[in-house]
Design a protein around this ligand. Structure first.
Ligand code: MV4
Length: 495
């Protein structure tokens, strides 16, 4: 068993891991940057190590400093959390080389699943469904037209090195393919220094559903079912749930997607906790998209629905213990929903809103789980992702869980900074959310009519005014206008 673990992360996930360590009787070492000296994680951990200045390249991303801190404090393992170094194969390798247990998969599996194209190859080799398309970089427009015609329009051009929707182009007609290919290629080159673009059939209004897997170092692996993550804005998840409403109606889909996820994980030589992302279309066909080789932000909904503690299992598996659970032991009970609470202003284009929290009223009571990294008096730094906390609820049914979440969010009071807490209620009350009719287009539809259109109109008005008179549009305003249009265009594309 592990004796002391360094937590190479910050915020709510560092707190989550420190709590699990305390329950397991394992000592904890927090790490912190200049901005996080007074963090909740530092206060809760048994020991703490300073890493460096606030910017993450000088602190939470410094492999050398983190390994040195683990050695100085006599930690026998490192938990990377999510983000930062959690999916960095070099970090996992450096831990192993220093004789420190990396609480996660082997470096080889991180490497193999880290590239989208190689993950897709692993999935194909394992016999799991992927979106129909090619792997080869499209160089010759004539060949690209042949492939697209075979797939049938609409198709989606994707950057081979892609992420976050950059370098993606929807193409509806053969005559648009060549120019779209040029656009996607040059955007990919600018974003990733790699102009390779490939083509997939476009899945219209997909659901984004992921499968949690858990495996030990001896080849035993199970899945813990799905998380529905279709409610996203700008490729950021904001609400997740387990079970997915689609599985409530078609439970056999969980078994089939679970089996596919396990085939892929086995082919990658995977162990510890991992997640397979899938697109699910209206006819409930599912397609592997990519794998996340880490504990995910939204893991609490799986824990609430299955009654398991994923972080405790991560410790045991990393320590070389066997996963003693069988697939038939796993059951899903009731319904869990999670909302991500951000320091951002929904009334101002979701601009980050760092600063000092002057008052904090936190939800509690039946069925509430709060994973938070903040306290009253804490100053939210501007150097990192502005997620403050996750509110997760459990209830016997999805309807009751939804009402419980609305109640919990009404109890959540944060002053001093802007948050998105109140913004969730409209989503939770929306008929399409209620009926479970979700897709990745949900938020675009929900938000654009009211809010973004208004901002666009303001931007248009400002530009028109500047053309008509001597009024100058500031460079900042012009940038906002451009980015609003670009995001709107990206969102529009996927419908
Ligand atoms: C797709 C797709 C539809 N068809 N691929 C977006 C980010 C990237 N990781 C994959 N993405 C998508 N790929 C095909 N063939 C729709 C999306 C997509 C999406 C996927 C998951 C979650 C949110 C999304 C929002 C818009 C588009």
């Amino acid at each position: 068993m592990l004796r002391k673990v360094l937590v190479a992360n910050r915020g709510e996930i560092a707190v989550r891991i420190i709590r699990a360590l305390r329950e397991a009787g394992i000592s904890s070492v927090a790490v912190y940057s200049d901005a996080d000296r007074a963090s909740l994680a530092v206060q809760m951990a048994d020991e703490a190590a300073h890493l460096g200045p606030a910017p993450s390249p000088e602190s939470y991303l410094r492999i050398d400093k983190i390994i040195a801190a683990a050695q100085q404090h006599g930690a026998d393992a490192i938990h990377p959390g999510y983000g930062f170094l959690s999916e960095n194969a070099d970090f996992a390798h450096a831990c192993a080389a220093a004789g420190i247990v990396f609480i996660g998969p082997p470096a080889s599996a991180i490497r193999m699943m880290g590239s989208k194209t190689s993950a897709r190859e692993v999935a194909i080799a394992a016999g799991a469904p992927v979106v129909p398309g090619t792997q080869e970089a499209l160089r010759d427009p004539a060949r690209a037209r042949e492939i697209a015609a075979e797939l049938g329009y609409p198709v989606l051009l994707k950057a081979a090195a892609g992420g976050g929707g950059k370098g993606m182009r929807r193409v509806d007609r053969a005559e648009d393919l060549e120019s779209a290919l040029r656009d996607a290629s040059s955007e990919a080159l600018r974003a990733f220094r790699n102009d390779e673009v490939y083509v997939e059939k476009l899945v219209l209004e997909p659901r984004h559903i992921e499968i949690q897997v858990l495996g030990d170092q001896y080849g035993h692996m199970i899945h813990l079912g799905e998380r529905e993550c279709s409610i996203q804005r700008r490729h950021q998840k904001v609400i997740e749930e387990c079970p997915s409403p689609v599985m409530l109606e078609y439970p056999e889909l969980r078994d089939r997607m679970g089996e596919a996820a396990l085939k892929i994980a086995r082919a990658a030589g995977y162990w510890n906790a991992g997640t397979m992302e899938f697109l699910v279309d209206r006819d409930r066909n599912f397609y592997f998209l990519e794998m996340n080789t880490r504990l995910q932000v939204e893991h609490p909904v799986t824990e609430l629905a299955t009654g398991l503690d994923l972080v405790q299992w991560q410790f045991k598996i990393a320590a070389g213990e066997r996963l003693t659970l069988q697939q038939s032991d796993i059951q899903w009970r009731g319904s869990a929903i999670e909302c991500r609470v951000y320091a951002e202003d929904p009334d101002n284009n979701f601009l980050p809103s760092p600063g000092k929290i002057t008052h904090l009223g936190q939800p509690s009571g039946p069925g509430i789980r709060l994973d938070s990294g903040v306290y009253p008096g804490w100053t939210v730094p501007l150097d990192y992702d502005p997620m403050l906390a996750k509110v997760a609820v459990w209830a016997p049914t999805r309807e009751l869980a939804t009402e419980r979440m609305r109640r919990a969010l009404r109890e959540y009071v944060v002053t001093g900074i802007r948050t998105n807490v109140a913004w969730f209620d409209g989503i939770l009350a929306h008929p399409d959310f209620r009926s479970g009719a979700l897709s990745t287009a949900f938020l675009d539809r929900y938000e654009r009519p009211a809010h973004e259109t208004e901002i666009e109109m303001e931007a248009v008005a400002a530009l028109v005014a500047s053309l008509q008179s001597s009024t100058k549009v500031s460079p900042a305003e012009a940038r906002t206008a451009r980015s609003v249009w670009r995001d709107a265009g990206r969102a529009e594309m996927m419908r």
